[in-house]
Design a protein. Structure first.
Length: 232
């Protein structure tokens, strides 16, 4: 294995934990030492990852294990020099990072048992959470829409819905038996979760998926947080 391949392997070994902590990805926004604060901040993302795990994504036990590995690596090198810790936040204060990560790992591992039903169903969605729920749909919007909300291909800017679907099917063929069913399933789930036109527009045209145009026809920004891969 080349050094570059080894670096990529080490980087993505903690991708589940990195996704969980993306709320604190900014250097100026470290993981707080106050458990009450980070539990509140991380609740929607943990719930989103739990939902994704039910469909075959990372499960919470895997993410807890990754957090403990990150704690071990930070304990060995508080500067975070290990390749796995690239784009990884530290706690505040920095010296408490291993202890905070172990506490977060314990919380994540026991999050689903028992459920606090009032919090589970009463806490509204945030933009970060549903993105975890629709990975194929999010990738589709990133591929086919620019940051101003217009289709990447100039010829498709005024495309009808039917023409847009034809583009997707043509582009995915002959892989459509593997790609399209999952994409269609996510569309159906999105309609079940956001079951009014207003809620769909707010999510898909706004801070959630950040693609396309809302019903009023005004362009929206598609800037969203994305995983930054390590330098090659």
């Amino acid at each position: 294995m080349s050094a570059n391949d080894r670096g990529l392997t080490e980087y993505f070994a903690l991708e589940g934990a990195r996704t969980l902590l993306s709320r604190y990805r900014d250097v100026s926004d470290p993981v707080p030492d106050d458990a009450e604060v980070w539990r509140r901040d991380l609740f929607p993302v943990i719930r989103g990852l739990w939902n994704a795990g039910e469909d075959g994504g990372w499960n919470l036990y895997e993410i807890a294990a990754e957090l403990r590995l990150a704690a071990h690596l930070f304990a060995q090198d508080p500067a975070g020099g290990h390749p796995s810790l690239a784009n990884f936040p530290r706690a505040e204060p920095t010296a408490r990072t291993p202890e905070v990560y172990r506490a977060v790992a314990d919380h994540v591992e026991h999050w689903a048992a028992p459920f606090n039903r009032e919090a589970l169903f009463g806490t509204p969605f945030t933009a970060r959470e549903p993105v975890l729920r629709f990975p194929r749909l999010r990738q589709f919007l990133v591929n086919y829409f620019g940051q101003d909300g217009l289709a990447v291909d100039d010829d498709m800017q005024d495309a009808t819905l039917e023409e847009g679907l034809h583009l997707v099917i043509s582009d995915t063929h002959p892989w459509c038996p593997w790609q399209l069913p999952g994409l269609i399933a996510e569309c159906a789930e999105a309609r079940a979760v956001f079951h009014t036109e207003e809620r769909l527009d707010t999510f898909f045209g706004g801070g959630g998926m950040g693609g396309g145009r809302p019903a009023n026809g005004s362009p929206t920004s598609s800037r969203s947080s994305s995983t930054r891969s390590p330098s090659t």
